[in-house]
Design a protein around this ligand. Structure first.
Ligand SMILES: [Zn+2]
Ligand SMILES: [Zn+2]
Length: 173
């Protein structure tokens, strides 16, 4: 994923770029999921005053379990590319030395930045029943739909077990 700075510098024109790569190794924290097909990036770059300006777009398709119901879900990433590479760049910016820029690190960063926080099979996914685990998109299990209150249920359980402990201790005394 190399672009040629020399060519852009010599011509002063914006030059096209187009890359396809396997970003699978970048996506390690999606349970049993990952990229469906290659990551595609294309656009153009131009040279001005020691810096290379990159513009374009990146796209990739993700498949992974739905975050609500665990059925297979898809997500399409379409993001803009807009970055400046400074000759001899500082640690907090993208830089380059010499006549070429390897875009691998940058494009990987863009992909990671644009990973969705959650992926749903569809926006209206009803998820799994919190009581019996049935997929509520497929069948209505008939469970009580009142949300489980972890707070009050948890506190009630704690109180019960404390009471039992006290009773056990009293019996021992
Ligand atoms: Zn779902
Ligand atoms: Zn249920």
């Amino acid at each position: 994923m190399i672009i040629n700075v020399n060519a852009a510098r010599a011509t002063g024109q914006s030059l096209p770029f187009s890359f396809e790569f396997d970003g699978q190794s970048l996506i390690t924290d999606r349970d049993e999921g990952g990229l469906d097909g290659p990551v595609r990036a294309q656009g153009s770059y131009r040279y001005q005053d020691g810096a290379v300006y990159l513009r374009g777009s990146i796209s990739a398709k993700i498949v992974c379990p739905c975050d609500r119901c665990l059925s297979p879900a898809q997500y399409q990433i379409d993001a803009d590319i807009d970055e400046r590479f400074v000759e001899g760049g500082q640690p907090d910016e993208y830089g380059y030395t010499g006549d070429e820029i390897d875009l691998g690190k940058y494009l990987g960063d863009v992909l990671l930045l644009n990973l969705p926080p959650i992926v749903l099979c569809e926006e209206s996914c009803k998820g799994l029943c919190v009581r019996c685990g049935a997929n509520q998109n497929i069948d209505d299990c008939g469970c009580d739909k009142a949300p489980l209150s972890l707070k009050t249920d948890g506190l009630a359980q704690l109180r019960d077990s404390l009471q039992k402990l006290e009773e056990q201790q009293k019996q021992r005394d």
